[in-house]
Write a protein that binds this ligand. Structure first.
Ligand code: MG
Length: 162
């Protein structure tokens, strides 16, 4: 059985007056991600993990942050476009696992909603999302940034002929 694993990472500064969106879920917070798009670091990490699993280049290659089309764009767009590549290669997501590192707010109340959104985007029930603080260390620990790590595993889509 063909299996391909990919890893992704992202980090965004957190500033006042921007929305905090993680896994396509809006999280109430006085600070949000500074970014050209909506700054969804979790979906960006997952997008890079999908691309990595396919042996493709990083998401900036396909979705440049200078492109006006992507200004304040919902990051679900990047995942949807990347999933088209996954399906074109007759692959599917077997599972996805991710870690969000943010000092505050606490994300536990939102984890189930985030998992549901990612499940829909990646067409798999096998999604895990964990939230960690950075133990008050460094810029993330001071609440000035959010970072995310993600791993995805792709397999041959059994419902399609190779
Ligand atoms: Mg990003």
């Amino acid at each position: 059985m063909t299996m391909r694993v990919g890893i992704g990472f992202d980090i965004h500064r957190l500033v006042k007056g921007r929305p905090l969106i993680l896994g396509a879920v809006k999280i109430p917070s006085p600070k949000g991600a500074l970014a050209h798009s909506d700054g969804d670091a979790l979906l960006h990490a997952l997008c890079d993990a999908l691309l990595g699993a396919m042996g493709e280049r990083d998401m900036g290659t396909y979705f440049p942050d200078k492109d006006p089309e992507y200004q304040n764009a919902p990051s679900s767009l990047f995942i949807r476009e990347t999933m088209k590549k996954v399906r074109a290669k007759k692959l599917c997501v077997l599972n996805a696992d991710a870690v969000i590192v943010i000092e505050k707010p606490k994300l536990q109340p939102f984890i189930d909603a985030i998992r549901r959104e990612i499940s829909k985007l990646l067409s798999t029930k096998n999604v895990s999302v964990k939230a960690k603080t950075h133990e008050k260390l460094g810029d993330i620990g001071r609440g000035n940034a959010v970072s995310c790590m993600a791993v995805v595993c792709l397999g041959k889509n059994a419902s399609r002929k190779a």
